[in-house]
Design a protein around this ligand. Structure first.
Ligand code: DQA
Length: 146
């Protein structure tokens, strides 16, 4: 059984999860979500790299790192979803499965959240299920990456 790696990258303000607009994003912290992802991968041959940054360039660097270090990527780009050509370009250089993940459903919110640069490069999108969305994304990867 060769060890595989799932990268989970989180964008700006997600460090405040649990405190930030809980009516929209829920009360789970990012650490809670990471723990659930780790638990879900127990007994599988997948390891987890789980990170958050408020900085676009740092996210670009991590996406580039995922080119060689990861077997799949789950990305919640947060506000950069709607603005970042740089993240889109970095994602286009990957040849691993990419899942875009959002706690809320951006399509049910302000119109500026309706467009995603990241969706153009993603294999799939999970949105609107809160913290459980990360677990759904991991399940999707487990069913697809052998
Ligand atoms: C988000 C949705 C984005 O529109 C927003 O900017 C976020 C979080 C989500 O997980 O629902 O910061 O990506």
């Amino acid at each position: 059984m060769s060890q595989k790696t799932i990268y989970v990258l989180n964008g700006p303000n997600l460090n405040l999860l649990g405190m930030r607009e809980p009516e929209i994003y829920g009360r789970d912290t990012l650490a809670d979500i990471e723990s659930r992802c780790v638990a879900l991968l127990e007994g599988t041959d997948f390891g987890l790299v789980f990170r958050q940054s408020n900085h676009e360039g740092q996210l670009v660097d991590w996406i580039q790192e995922a080119r060689t270090e990861a077997d799949a990527l789950i990305l919640n780009p947060a506000a950069y979803t709607h603005t970042s050509v740089a993240l889109y370009d970095a994602l286009k250089a990957l040849s691993i499965p990419i899942i875009e993940c959002h706690l809320s459903n951006p399509h049910a919110r302000e119109t500026f959240r309706h467009h995603s640069y990241v969706s153009l490069a993603a294999n799939g999108v999970i949105a609107g299920f809160g913290a459980i969305g990360y677990e759904l994304a991991i399940r999707a990867i487990l069913s697809q990456v052998k």
